[in-house]
Ligand binder design. Sequence first.
Ligand code: PLP
Length: 280
Amino acid sequence: MPQIGWYNGMIGNPAEMTVPMLDRAVYFGDGCYEACLAVGTNAFHLDAHIDRFRRSLNALSIPFSYGSDALKDVLYSCLAAANEPSAVLYWQVSRATAPRTHAFPKDAEPNLLVTVTPKTPLPRERTVKLITAEDVRYAMCDVKTLNLIPNILANQRAASAGADEAVFVRDGIVTEGSHTNVHILKNGTLLTHPADNRILAGVTRAVLLELAGESGIPAAERAFTEDELKCADEVLITSSTLGVRRAESIDGIATGGKAEALYRTLAQAYERIFDRETRA
Ligand code: PLP
């Protein structure tokens, strides 16, 4: 089967499965989600994704009753049913199925939805083109909620410009990408926005920071400006589906290429641990 969908215990083709109209994900986006890359049934850093998922659930006060083992059982069964060499494992929980009122419904059960979508990874050497976009998002970017309108609008602007990703800038400070974290290498140091409420603390970002430490590359979690982005030795973006990528241009102007060896050290270290962990 090319793709698997799972919703509250039902499994099938997600293009044919339906969700109740009163699922609060439908009209409020009232829920949170996770996405990670899997090779066969091996999902990279699944525990880190589940930990972040729990933080999102807590931030939204969603009483999701599955323990981590029960959740993993569902996720692994979906991966096994999909049987894909490489796939994006996505899951979301919405607060409830209930008539539309803003306040939380009483005694309603959260809904779990899972999809497994085949994904051919981009070649590892593939660089990315970026555009900048004003960060008009709210102050809960650390919670991985379903509410992604500014992200999809910014990413569509990137796509329309022939680019891969939009980099959000708020008051002159680079926060993150529409679906990635953004980092720079400057004078041998890796800089990345602090993990506060203005960015999602990416699982890949955390791995990158660890790898920088292990590789003897100094790293600092400090905000940097749009000017620093544009004058960086290298600009990197990270996400579970893209891994660690180097930018070749920002707003149509060539960027980076001045610290390729450092970039390669980090990207290859990431590929090594990804391959080691997802090997069958
Ligand atoms: N920032 C945003 C807004 C994202 O949506 C994502 C991934 O979806 C990331 C950063 C990267 O997070 P991760 O490395 O956990 O995939």
